[in-house]
Write a protein that binds this ligand. Structure first.
Ligand SMILES: [Zn+2]
Length: 123
């Protein structure tokens, strides 16, 4: 049983970026990035893309047009605002500059390729 949990922890940490995971636990200072400075991913906003963004947004538990999970890590890692990109009025937070760079090229296409689990129904 314990072995199983340890294995899961290892899988979770080697997945994307250990550095980013550690940094996420640090206190966030007041110098958060204003929305206007966030780099935009240019993309044609199709209904499918909008639906995908809504689904990704819901995953973090709040519909605030901020996808706080790293889309480049299939929404499994916590993203950070300092590695954000904007796509169709949504802010996508990535866990590292590596993941952010990944989405600079065809971010919309990559997002569309994600299989996003349905968010749990609110009670
Ligand atoms: Zn990532």
């Amino acid at each position: 049983m314990k072995k199983c949990i340890i294995l899961l922890l290892i899988l979770a940490t080697v997945g994307c970026s250990q550095k980013a995971e550690q940094a996420a636990t640090e206190t966030v200072d007041a110098s958060t990035v204003p929305p206007s400075t966030i780099e935009k991913i240019s993309a044609e906003v199709t209904p499918e893309l909008s639906a995908q963004l809504v689904a990704a947004d819901r995953l973090d538990g709040s519909e605030d047009k901020v996808v706080s999970k790293c889309a480049s890590c299939a929404l499994h890692m916590n993203g950070k605002e300092e590695f954000a990109l904007e796509l169709a009025d949504y802010r996508l937070d990535f866990c590292s500059d590596f993941c952010q760079n990944n989405y600079r090229e065809d971010g919309a296409g990559k997002l569309m390729a994600l299989k996003i689990a349905a968010a749990p129904e609110a009670n």
